[in-house]
Design a binder for this molecule. Structure first.
Ligand code: BDR
Ligand code: CA
Length: 325
């Protein structure tokens, strides 16, 4: 059965790979792309999402702009990881496909009301502001969502923006609280699994070898993105976080995890945005998420590379420049 999804995103090079993987996969029907402030401000994430869709030749898909700041508190961004544009590493033309007039939150609510109950999966790849706002504005949509498969959080791996918190949850812990309390089936891809999915030289070389402008742009993004994480973790390659959300929809058999209770810390100065995961079941609180911890990373990269190869021929871009020339 083809799974209908909405991707909610803050591109982000790794977000771009998640979008491309969805576009290349017949198991998935992408209904629309909603954008949120995160890695960079909203004016750039909505632009970047349109750039990625144009790059893939999919100007027919609607892109919506959503929330420009978290439900509470100021926006925190990550230009230090993703560059000033959020998509540094390859220069693509300014997108010409339109941005939809409808607010992303309204598109999410209207789509869930219009589509058969239980038929649409939400795939958040950034801070959970749009999803939390939609659930707060129209709580009845919770029962209509098939499931939420999201990238965010961490347990044994700690955090990546603070010692305790992963970036997406840290930026909007209030929205994350709404999502994890919603009763919707949640699958989470935390740092514990995404840190196992690293862009080694050999893997990037396979993607560059897809050839032409497609291979150059995709490898340019990976080269840029990994430079920060290689220095940080001291390992070969950087973690490719967000495409795990889409890969899970296609190949759940390559992932392993455990049903847990997950609560979000919203108050503490020291641990704000921490996902408090009851891995050992000591709290007695009910399970509300499948916490993914393991992946066959070779199978992941085989899938990603094979699917990107399908798109390579359809790319609309003819002569991009990459950061490394
Ligand atoms: C998450 O934060 C962003 O920088 C990435 O796009 C990913 O969604 C990883 O912590
Ligand atoms: Ca992201």
């Amino acid at each position: 059965m083809v799974e209908k999804i909405i991707i909610d995103t803050d591109p982000g090079q790794d977000d771009a790979f998640a979008i491309l993987l969805a576009l290349a996969s017949p198991e998935i029907e992408l209904l629309g792309v909603t954008t949120v402030a995160g890695n960079v401000p909203l004016n750039l994430t909505q632009r970047n999402a349109r750039q990625v869709l144009e790059f893939a030749g999919r100007t027919d898909l609607p892109v919506y702009a959503g929330c420009a700041k978290p439900m509470a508190g100021p926006l925190v961004t990550a230009e230090h990881v993703h560059g000033a544009t959020g998509l540094d590493g390859a220069e693509l033309p300014e997108p010409s496909m339109p941005l939809q007039d409808t607010h992303a939150v309204d598109f999410i609510i209207e789509t869930l009301r219009r589509q058969p109950a239980g038929s649409v999966t939400l795939c958040p790849l950034g801070p959970l502001t749009n999803i939390g706002t939609a659930l707060s504005k129209a709580p009845e949509i919770a029962s209509r969502i098939r499931r939420i498969v999201l990238m965010g959080g961490g347990l044994f791996e700690g955090g990546n923006i603070t010692p305790a918190a992963e970036f997406n949850i840290f930026v909007d812990p209030q929205a994350a609280t709404v999502v994890f309390a919603s009763g919707v089936r949640i699958v989470m891809m935390p740092l514990d699994v995404t840190h196992k999915v690293r862009t080694t030289r050999a893997r990037v070389a396979r993607i560059r070898a897809l050839g032409g402008s497609f291979g150059a742009v995709a490898a340019g993004w990976l080269d840029y993105f990994e430079r920060f994480d290689e220095a940080k973790y001291g390992l070969e390659g950087g973690p490719l976080h967000d495409p795990n959300v889409i890969a899970y929809l296609i190949r759940p058999d390559i992932y392993g995890g455990r049903e847990c209770n997950v609560e979000i810390e919203t108050e503490s100065e020291l641990t704000k945005g921490m996902t408090v995961v009851d891995w050992w079941g000591v709290s007695g609180r009910p399970h509300n998420a499948l916490f993914i911890r393991d992946v066959d990373d070779e199978a992941f990269f085989d899938l990603l590379t094979e699917r990107l190869a399908r798109l390579a021929g359809a790319s609309a871009i003819t002569s991009p420049k990459t950061a490394r020339g």
